[in-house]
Design a protein. Structure first.
Length: 435
């Protein structure tokens, strides 16, 4: 170990007890309007962001423009002959708060088709990356490569502040039109030997994505559902906040979304879905490769908790009931022949029945209910998408809908650059009265 690294390690080791003590003994001490625990703990619960596009209700889950997930699905026009709304209708709804007519949806669909052509240099760049590159690195890199196309960057010096929303809207629409093809290209290039399936812009986004992935119906409805329920989750989660933060510096939508996608790639955020699926499959193997009885499952879950492990996919920072995004996916599984009989889904369903009671009795979980990640990987696996590393790219396409809609409104309302104030540990110790 170098002298620098060794010295740094010693100083970190000496500093850790100071932070631990501040949280444990003085967490409730107020620093202005907020507590020391909130200041140290990632600003959790501090009301410091504004968005009218979505709100996370602790009891009802995410609301898009005031509507719950089920209300959103019921209100929006469905894709022709399908069970779920088109992504295009949802995009109109997120931006305006209005439920679009069929004609307005067709207009968005035609607009996306006109914007959808991905420049060849993006595909060349992706092919030049090492094959072992993570799909999320590829996805973020492709978004950043597209910055060359930014309308905002080209018009910035010629427009006023109150006009910034217009080129931001153009960039957001251009991105949304291209992201499904980029995502599908990454999948086919990395996992299917480079056998690329061309885009068909006569289809709506969900159907086109499914056919570019090479997965037959009803995967088109899976795509629509998945993109919509993963689109937004207030502005405080990492991917949404990172996009908002970078955009607040008047970085264009390409820089901003790339930052948000990089945040989504973290194990505590978008990677959770693949980790849940991996755990569930390993758990089934431990149970003998078949769906157990409730009694045997209860015993196995207690063994998991007693060994110091968690039950992945259960619990949420805000929600205090079952995540409606989980419920939406569960309902899809229950009504889909074949999928409702899939052993992995049946195990997931049984865990849903048993785990909350175990966690409540265990006593350490504030929210013992399943979140969105407890279900999402099971559906993808059933339809042949077994490459875990790609799951967060799917998440990213959906999340782009919400975060891009948000930054269009941020520019429309002229929100300033984000610049919170930080303090030193010594200042906190003085506020606690221990220095």
């Amino acid at each position: 170990m170098s002298t620098l690294k060794e010295t740094l390690f010693k100083k970190i080791e000496a500093h850790r007890p100071r932070t631990t003590r501040l949280i444990k003994e003085f967490g409730d001490v107020k620093l202005g309007e907020y507590t020391m625990a909130q200041t140290i703990g990632g600003a959790r619960g501090i009301k410091a962001l504004v968005t009218d596009i979505s709100y996370l209700d602790p009891d009802e889950g995410i609301r898009f423009r005031g509507k719950t997930i089920s209300e959103t699905f019921e209100a929006l026009p469905t894709a022709e002959g399908c069970a779920y709304p088109s992504v295009e209708s949802f995009w109109y709804f997120l931006l305006t708060g209005d439920v679009p007519t069929e004609e307005q949806v067709d207009e968005v669909k035609a607009d996306f088709a006109s914007r959808s052509k991905v420049p060849q240099y993006v595909f060349n760049m992706l092919r030049a990356l090492p094959m072992e590159t993570h799909p999320m690195t590829m996805f973020s890199s492709a978004i950043l490569a597209l910055q060359n196309e930014s309308v905002f960057a080209k018009r910035y010096h010629d427009i006023t502040k109150m006009e910034y929303w217009d080129p931001t809207y153009e960039d957001a629409c251009n991105l949304m039109a291209k992201l499904p093809e980029i995502a599908a290209f990454i999948y086919r290039h990395k996992f299917k030997g480079g056998d690329i399936i061309p885009s068909d812009t006569s289809l709506d986004m969900g159907a086109n994505f499914a056919q570019m992935m090479g997965i037959p119906a009803p995967y088109d409805d899976v795509a629509r559902m998945y993109f919509i329920i993963h689109s937004d989750h207030e502005s405080g989660n990492v991917s949404a906040h990172a996009t908002h933060l970078v955009a607040s510096a008047l970085s264009d939508a390409y820089y901003s979304l790339s930052a948000g996608i990089n945040g989504l790639a973290g194990p505590l955020h978008g990677l959770a879905n693949q980790e849940v699926l991996s755990w569930t499959k390993q758990f089934m193997e431990k149970l003998g490769g078949k769906v157990p009885s409730k009694e045997k499952l209860t015993e196995a879950l207690w063994d998991t908790l007693k060994s110091g492990q968690v039950i992945p996919g259960f619990g949420h920072a805000v929600l205090r009931k079952t995540d409606p995004r989980y419920t939406a996916q569960r309902e899809f599984c229950l009504k889909t022949p074949g999928l409702n009989e899939d052993p992995l889904f049946q195990l997931t369903s049984l865990i849903y029945e048993v785990a909350p009671g175990v966690l409540l009795e265990h006593g350490k979980a504030k929210n013992p209910w399943p979140n969105v990640d407890a279900q999402s990987g099971v559906i993808q696996q059933y339809y042949g998408l077994t490459e875990y590393d790609f799951y967060t790219v799917l998440f990213g396409v959906g999340r782009a809908l919400g975060v891009l809609a948000n930054i269009v409104w941020d520019r429309g309302l002229g929100y300033p650059i984000e610049r919170p104030k930080s303090v030193t540990t010594e200042m906190l110790e003085k506020a606690a009265g221990i220095v």
